[in-house]
Design a protein around this ligand. Structure first.
Ligand code: SF4
Length: 393
C-alpha cells in the first residue's frame, strides 16, 4: 500500500537489497507521486472504508462521508468490492478454526528489528491459530506483481509475526497480492523459521544500505522494477545498458534470425534508457538552466487553440447565425472511459451487444508475453481456405 516512506522503505526493498547505493543516489531526486500513485491511494482509502463498514467498525453515515471525499469511479467501486469480499472470505475461513481470529485493517507494522527505522502498513492482516495471512491490495494495472520472494510482503510478514506470535500458534505465513486490474492473485506460503532466517539476511543487507558511506551501485532488473529515480544518471545502470549495444556480429554479411532477435531484445531496453536520459536532460535544461554541451532549447511546433471557453465561442457564433449542430461535435465516451464510469459488470450487462473487438495489428513481442501466439502464415492460409469454401458453395 502507499506508505509514508522510511528511508529504507519496505516497498523499495528489492532495490536496496540488490543495490545498497541506490539509497544515496535516489535521495538526490525528488519523489514526485505519479497520477497512478494518487489513484492507488484513493483505491486503498475506499477499500479500507468498505472493510471497516463490513466489519461494523464504522456506521453507514461515516462510510458515506468518507467515500464522498474520494474521487471514485464505477471501475474502482467494483474492484474494491472484490477486494473486500476476498478479505472477508479469508477472515471467515480463519474463524472456522480459530473463533477469536482477528482481521486487522491498515495495521501498522514495526519493521525496525530488520530495517533501521523501518515500518509498514499491512492492508489486511488475518491472524489465528496455525496461520497468519497478509493481504496486500495493488491497484496498478501495469505489471502483474508476484508474491514469490516479494521482500515488501515478507517484511510485513516479519512485522506481523513479531506482533502476534505470542498470541497465536502460527505455523504458516501466507502473503497474498490482490491485484484486480491484472486479474492477479499471487500467494506465497512460508514457515516462521524460514521467514526469520530470511529476515536475518535482510537485516545485514539493510545495515549496509543504511550506511551513508556506501555508494556502490549494482544494476539489474530491480532498477526498472523499482522505478529507481536515479536511472537517467546512474553510471552502473548506464554501463549495463550500454553493454547491451556491444553486440558481436560475425560473418556472413546477412544477420541470422537469431541475431535479429538479439537486436530486438536489446533495442527495447536501449530505447527505454534513451527516453529516461532525454527526459532528465530536458528537465535540467528547462527547470535548472543547465547547459547540455552541443544542445540548445528551441520551441517545438505548436497549433492554434481557443483562448476563451466553449461557452464564449459558441455564443459569438450562435449570435452570428450558426446553429449548435454546425459548431459542436458530439461524441460518446470511449470504451475505456465508459467502463471506468460504469464498472466492468454494469458495462457488460448494458453494452455487451454493442462492442466488437477487431483483429489487432500484428506485433512482435518477447516469447514470455502472455498473449497467445498468432501464426500469421497459417492464419492467412485458414482465412483463404474459408473464402474458397464459401465461394464453392
Ligand atoms: S539505477 Fe539501479 S544501479 Fe543505479 S542506483 Fe538505481 S537501483 Fe542502483
Amino acid at each position: 500500500m502507499p506508505e509514508v516512506h522510511a528511508r529504507l522503505s519496505a516497498s523499495g526493498a528489492k532495490k536496496w537489497l540488490n543495490c545498497p547505493g541506490s539509497i544515496q543516489l535516489e535521495s538526490q531526486f525528488e519523489n514526485i507521486p505519479s497520477e497512478f500513485a494518487q489513484e492507488g491511494t484513493t483505491a486503498h482509502a475506499l477499500a479500507e472504508a468498505k472493510l471497516r463498514f463490513a466489519l461494523k467498525q464504522i456506521k453507514r453515515t461515516e462510510y458515506a462521508a468518507l467515500v464522498k471525499k474520494l474521487d471514485v469511479n464505477g471501475e474502482m467501486e467494483e474492484y474494491t468490492d472484490g477486494y473486500r469480499d476476498f478479505v472477508i472470505k479469508r477472515y471467515n475461513h480463519a474463524l472456522k478454526t480459530t473463533p477469536d481470529a482477528k482481521l486487522l485493517i491498515e495495521q501498522k507494522l514495526d519493521l525496525s528489528k530488520w530495517v533501521p527505522q523501518g515500518f509498514g502498513t499491512g492492508d489486511a492482516v488475518i491472524v489465528g491459530d496455525g496461520i497468519l495471512e497478509i493481504v496486500d491490495l495493488k491497484y496498478g494495472a501495469g505489471v502483474a506483481v508476484s508474491a514469490d520472494w516479494n521482500p515488501q510482503l515478507r517484511l510485513y510478514a516479519l512485522g506481523a509475526l513479531d506482533s502476534f506470535d505470542f498470541l497465536y500458534d502460527i505455523k504458516i505465513i501466507r502473503t497474498v497480492i490482490y491485484q484486480p486490474r491484472k486479474d492477479n492473485i499471487s500467494c506465497e506460503s512460508i514457515t516462521p523459521e524460514d521467514l526469520c532466517a530470511w529476515g536475518e539476511i535482510v537485516a545485514e543487507k539493510a545495515k549496509i544500505a543504511a550506511d551513508d558511506a556506501i555508494t556502490e551501485c549494482t544494476a539489474g532488473d530491480h532498477c526498472d522494477e523499482g522505478f529507481c529515480r536515479a536511472r537517467a544518471v546512474c553510471r552502473a545502470y548506464a554501463e549495463k545498458r550500454s553493454s547491451l549495444a556491444k553486440l558481436d556480429f560475425k560473418p556472413p554479411a546477412k544477420l541470422t534470425l537469431e541475431e535479429v532477435a538479439e537486436v530486438l531484445e536489446q533495442s527495447a531496453k536501449l530505447k527505454k534508457w534513451a527516453e529516461l536520459v532525454n527526459d532528465y536532460a530536458l528537465d535540467q535544461a528547462v527547470n535548472h538552466e543547465a547547459d547540455i554541451p552541443g544542445y540548445k532549447l528551441v520551441e517545438g511546433k505548436s497549433s492554434r487553440k481557443y483562448s476563451k471557453s466553449d461557452d464564449v465561442i459558441s455564443k459569438i457564433l450562435v449570435e452570428n447565425g450558426y446553429s449548435e449542430n454546425d459548431i459542436f461535435n458530439r461524441s460518446i465516451k470511449c470504451i475505456t472511459e465508459m467502463e471506468k464510469l460504469l464498472g466492468k459488470t454494469r458495462f457488460a450487462s448494458l453494452l455487451k451487444d454493442c462492442v466488437i473487438k477487431p483483429q489487432g495489428k500484428l506485433t512482435l513481442v518477447p516469447i514470455e508475453d502472455k498473449r497467445p501466439a498468432v501464426n500469421s502464415a497459417s492464419q492467412a492460409a485458414d482465412d483463404f481456405a474459408e473464402i474458397i469454401e464459401k465461394e464453392n458453395k
